[in-house]
Design a protein around this ligand. Sequence first.
Ligand SMILES: [Fe+2]
Length: 438
Amino acid sequence: MSCAHAYLPHDGGEGLFTLGAAEVTFGRGALREVGELVRALGARRVALFTDRVVAGLEAVDRARRSLAAAGVDVEVFADARVEPTDASFLDAARFAREGRFEAYVSVGGGSVIDTCKAAALYAAWPADFLAYVNAPVGEGRPVPGPLPPHVACPTTSGTGSELTGIAVCDVLALKAKTGIASRWLRPARAVVDPDATATLPAAVVAASGFDVLCHAIESYTARPYTARPRSASPALRPMSQGANPWSDLGSAEALRLGGRFLARAVADAADAEAREQMMWAATLAGVAFGNAGVHLPHAMAYAVAGLVRDFYMEGYPAHEPMVPHGVSVVAGAPAAFRYTAPAAPERHLAAAGMLGAELRGASPDDAGEVLSAALTGLMRAARVPVDLRALGYAEPDVEALVGGTIVQARLLDNAPRRATRDELAGVFRDALDARGPR
Ligand SMILES: [Fe+2]
């Protein structure tokens, strides 16, 4: 399953894969070490990125105390936006450029960490915003070189952003959600402290937990790295290499842990074991998708989140409609996996088994249905919206949803089955209403 021999060589296909990851420090109390880690990277003056909500939490305090104790000067940027935009990225970049920092520390969820990556990028390598943004929305120009070191400290157990070289944002003028992807954006260090999630509302644990499960399933079922054309040089090998033996390890364990602990972590904030195990699952899934890449459910999620009209979720900012990232991914995921399963039925079935589904009697033809049912069952148990209708979408929205998805070429190409426009419309129609009992 996670053996390199499972990857059959293709004529002219890639024969190499790269193990990329930040150096990770994991465990309760890890935030105590941030200051010394920054010092060891040679920095005395850093920017600390966070957002207005997290700024008031214990995690930021701990990081600041640790930095002060290590003799590091800190300037705080607390205006990172939940669901960042090109405008909010550029505000953060202005702060970074003016401060001439030697290193960056981010403390927060994926939005904060992504904002810090983008700020560091545009401060170090100024360019028009769309220059580095993924094509076809942007120019997809490669990031020219390294950035000052970034120590990322996640406070949610979900996005895995601390382990990837991806920063996601809305491009407001184009009404498109997209991102920047470069190995130079990957933080140098990840400090993952499960204590930072102790005060998270249940809805946030649920949404970010399903993001973890989707990272793991999508990495595990992505087009194998051997199916990609061989890269002419190491610099041209994409971070999203497709499924590979390294990402398989992280995906498999993340799925086993998620199947076992997600419902518990949502049900009881005091269940420290469940929250710690979900943090570890998020870390493993982050390593996996930082190397394999995600595919169709995340491509669809960009459109689902970007076109929101009137959905609000408890536990998230209520001043504007917003679908939390993990919910936007998982609501369409059962339909997406029904579509991709025929291209890699064994892997879809195995993923369902790791989540805890009963596989006895299941044939390859059942793979999509078995995996989707396992996921939907977990969604119902955690009380997250199970389909796109629950997020306010209906049949007349399908065309716009397809339009927002078809531009996510990097993700669609990483799927085991490449969807056409018509097929995407079919997947979105299927995703409007969950199967099984309400
Ligand atoms: Fe995600």
